[in-house]
Design a protein around this ligand. Structure first.
Ligand code: NIG
Ligand code: FE
Length: 429
């Protein structure tokens, strides 16, 4: 008999998303479905999953343990949102209004709107402001099923304000149930004051800000916007090499608006992920497919910017790339915290199957953060991060649009959301 301190009994369907991770090609079709299943944990780790008969034989729930009735509920691993720009100040709804009048995102950036607007607001904000803004957003993410989230700096673009954003993330990770994976993205844009001397900014990033980030241990990943008018492939390579030498893992904003070759570079540099890929070339697809670098697709961006062009999810999957999904939550090109919405967009606009989308938002998303041994799938020894959805079967998560059927969340083996309401006080569970 194994002792459990929490058990969810008799779920209609339990999607484990386990198997060999990362998942490629046809393996993405397998969500590890168990019917009428139980899952139990002890001290935050899964100790059992399987059918009720076996559960009764093998597991003893401690007297003061938590029992959850899974009848008429569907259990999934918590979503892993592997790409967000969480700690920003200010919003940019006026840009949406201008885009509706015909201006493009890039035209607005040239007018000094775009990222620079958020940089100004974020520089002005105190750490306390950023903290309270981000806490609200994290609550929103949690209530839509995310239990692990990556979050980037990149709206400070100087030593003080990049550190401020990263220290905000450190504090958020202490006080919010969502596990936060911090990314240093000082190379998100060239700040106004360095516009005519980009090389000086690259030097500042490499010689001053990166060492400080490292010294204070504020980031696990380094990310860079490899894009026409921002950082070229060669500049990106230089930044990436410096970040790797400082011990950070790598992500690259690649081939978003132009086919610069960021995906190929990500594969060459063994980045953990290449993100966006709306304009990836055939060569880029081939290089990613044979690499260990995840191809993280952000379908909310094409939707939000009203672009006809979408990331070639089908081609990437068919050629064997490790496809993951994320929100890219940011105020300019994807104002959504919702992985549920991203799951739906992946199916309706990228033509992924429901199973592929679920694996891409869980198991492969965890791989895109190098956390697949802990989260993103349900198996003995992994974290008990489970979301219970009030739907009759898992395809309904995608089929029924515009509602939030989330019922309960168990994070680290503790109930943090009950009947759609957050029940923990501030503090890690
Ligand atoms: O991932 N592409 C660059 N950065 C963000 C947009 C940031 C912004 O508009 O504020 C993105 O799409
Ligand atoms: Fe982004």
């Amino acid at each position: 008999m194994k002792s459990a301190d929490l058990a969810v009994v008799n779920c209609e369907q339990l999607l484990t998303c386990r198997g060999q991770i990362p998942k490629r090609a046809v393996a993405l079709q397998d969500v590890g479905l168990l019917e009428k299943a139980c899952i139990a944990s002890y001290k935050g780790k899964i100790i059992f999953l399987g059918e009720e008969k076996k559960f009764k034989k093998e597991v003893r729930l401690e007297e003061d343990g938590t029992y959850i009735d899974g009848t008429s509920l569907i259990a999934l691993p918590g979503f892993v949102d592997s790409h967000t720009h969480l700690p920003f100040a200010g919003t940019r709804e006026e840009e949406l209004v201008l885009r509706l009048k015909g201006y493009s995102y890039q035209e607005l950036a040239k007018k000094g709107l775009g990222i620079q607007t958020t940089v100004k607001a974020t520089r002005q904000a105190s750490k306390k402001d950023l903290l309270s803004l981000s806490l609200n957003r994290l609550d929103g993410m949690l209530l839509l099923g995310t239990t692990t989230a990556e979050a980037k700096s990149g709206y400070g673009l100087n030593l003080k304000d990049e550190i401020k954003q990263l220290e905000t993330l450190e504090e958020l990770n202490r006080v919010h149930p969502i596990d936060i994976v911090p990314t240093f993205m000082g190379a998100h844009e060239i700040p106004e004051e360095y516009k005519s001397r980009k090389n000086d900014y690259i030097e500042l990033l490499i010689d001053k800000i990166l060492p400080e980030v490292k010294e204070k241990n504020l980031a696990e990943f380094f990310d860079v916007f490899c894009e026409e008018g921002v950082f070229s492939v060669e500049e990106t390579r230089k930044l990436v090499k410096a970040a790797k030498a400082a011990g950070l893992k790598i992500k690259i904003h690649a081939d978003e608006f132009s086919s610069l070759g960021g995906a190929k570079l990500a594969a060459e540099e063994k980045a953990t992920s290449a993100d966006h890929l709306i304009n990836i070339t055939e060569e880029g697809i081939k290089e990613l497919a044979k690499s260990q670098t995840a191809a993280t697709l952000l379908p909310a961006v094409s939707f939000f910017l009203m672009h006809e062009k979408k990331a070639p999810a089908r081609k990437l999957i068919e050629q064997g790339a490790i496809v993951a999904l994320a929100t890219d939550f940011n105020p300019g090109s994807s104002m959504t915290e919702s992985m549920l919405f991203v799951l739906q967009l992946a199916v309706f606009s990228l033509k992924m199957s429901i199973e592929e989308a679920i694996n891409a938002a869980t198991a492969n998303a965890a791989y895109a953060l190098a956390k697949h041994e802990e989260v993103g799938s349900l198996g003995v020894g992994k974290k008990m991060d489970v979301v219970l959805w009030d739907v009759p079967n898992y395809p309904t998560l995608v089929y029924h649009l515009g509602i939030n059927p989330l019922k309960h969340i168990i994070k680290n083996g503790k109930i943090v959301v009950q009947d759609g309401t957050i029940v923990v006080q501030e503090g890690k569970v």
